[in-house]
Design a protein around this ligand. Structure first.
Ligand code: ZN
Length: 283
């Protein structure tokens, strides 16, 4: 949030006598005129390369339209947006836009932000777009949603990350678990912390310990994680012992003449083994 506030110093009144680079405006106008051709080319480029490049793409914020009344300048490039939409979703942006002396400005520089990240962020907050949160955009959108205090978008990102880390087939990679633990701590996301804890506690500790970022987590996180893993082992141990007693009682009543291993018949002995294997599957 600090860098957002610092941006207020750069909040320029850009009207007729705007100091904007005329070449930049010219370039942008040309981009809008050539939109169809570019889309066709870029669509082909997507198929060829299999990835997006929002720095070059046409997108809903690349040209002015009937609802845009503000230019955000990010990495020197304009993004055409609506003050009302920004003010509705973000108290930080609302405060910036309504400051005395800034309320008539038509351009706002945002330093320290990446252009492509802002396009992702805007696509997720605009009600007529509501772009889905995905594995590719979740972390950059979460960072900006937290930065601009867009609480509903933070919730959407957290819900996606919880869903993603809770998938068991295939199980989450240790590096992803450590990264999500870090996100949960950084942005104070309790649901993500709980879900990631559960996934991490069921993972062999050496897989986590071999990841450098694991040791960058807060000490309280790593300690709590190993305690959680220990508790899981203890719980499994208790369950196995209860089952063992139950089977022993059954065996001594009904299989008196068949005892073989450890005061149990072979069948009951094997049953305890099967139960123990099932109970300790998480190892
Ligand atoms: Zn038996």
């Amino acid at each position: 949030m600090g860098d957002v506030i610092n941006d207020m110093d750069n909040f320029n009144d850009v009207t007729e006598e705007s100091p904007r680079d005329p070449d930049a405006d010219k370039d942008n106008a040309n981009q809008c005129k050539d939109k169809e051709n570019k889309e066709a080319t870029l669509s082909k480029s997507f198929k060829d390369e299999g990835k997006t490049d929002l720095d070059k793409l046409e997108h809903p914020f690349s040209c002015p339209n009937e609802t845009s009344d503000l230019r955000l300048l990010v990495e020197g490039k304009p993004l055409y947006v609506s003050r009302v939409v920004l003010s509705l979703v973000s108290p930080i942006l609302k405060s910036l836009l309504s400051m005395k002396g800034n309320d008539d400005n038509v351009e706002m520089p945002l330093s320290g932000k990446k252009y492509s990240h802002m396009v992702e962020f805007l696509s997720c907050i605009y009600p007529d777009i509501l772009a889905p949160i995905t594995e590719e955009n979740a972390e950059v959108v979460l960072d900006l949603a937290d930065n601009f205090q867009v609480s509903r978008l933070v919730d959407r990102c957290e819900d996606f990350l919880v869903f993603d880390i809770s998938k068991t087939s295939p199980p989450p990679h240790p590096e992803k678990i450590v990264r999500y633990l870090s996100l949960a701590a950084k942005y104070e996301l309790p649901k993500l912390q709980k879900a990631t804890f559960e996934a991490a506690a069921k993972m062999p500790s050496d897989l986590l310990e071999n990841i450098q970022a694991f040791w960058d987590l807060p000490a309280v996180t790593t300690t709590s994680l190993f305690i959680r893993r220990l508790k899981l082992f203890e719980k499994s141990g208790k369950t196995i012992r209860c089952k063992q007693k139950e089977i022993q009682n059954h065996c001594s009543l009904y299989h008196k003449g068949e005892k073989n291993e450890g005061n149990l018949c072979t069948k009951c002995y094997a049953q305890i083994g099967k139960h123990a294997i099932n109970e300790l599957q998480f190892i």
